[in-house]
Design a protein around this ligand. Sequence first.
Ligand code: ZN
Length: 160
Amino acid sequence: MAIRRIAIEGKDEVLRKHARKVDRFDKRLHVLLDDMADTMYHADGVGLAAPQVSILKRVVVIDVGDGLLELVNPVMIAQEGSKVDVEGCLSVPDRRCTVERPEKVTVRAQNRHGETFEIEAEGLLAVALCHETDHLDGILYIDKMIEDVTDMPEEDEEEA
Ligand code: ZN
């Protein structure tokens, strides 16, 4: 397991590229998932997508406080409602912005062994799922931002 360098908006073009679907659920993928979890926890983030560690594969890790979620080839299959919340991103340091996202989402993904599962989420987990799957298509939350937030208390920060 290792901490990888997090790509930064404006410096690392990789953040704007399309990630490729994973078709091999091998040791290499498992090392990537382990390293991504390490990197996310080390940076105090709630989510991390592979392009953020300069790997163009459709791989995401999330932990909003309920344990580690690993998603390979995640696809948003349903969404409902809408809600505006503050987001941050490990690849866009020192910024927080409000973004409108669906209130509830259903995502289909594969686990590290290639088995398909579905997850239904709301609240912070729904936001994280949207934020991270966007990363796989080269989309950053600042592309969708409503406005910058400057007066946020430190303890409310969530970065993904
Ligand atoms: Zn992000």
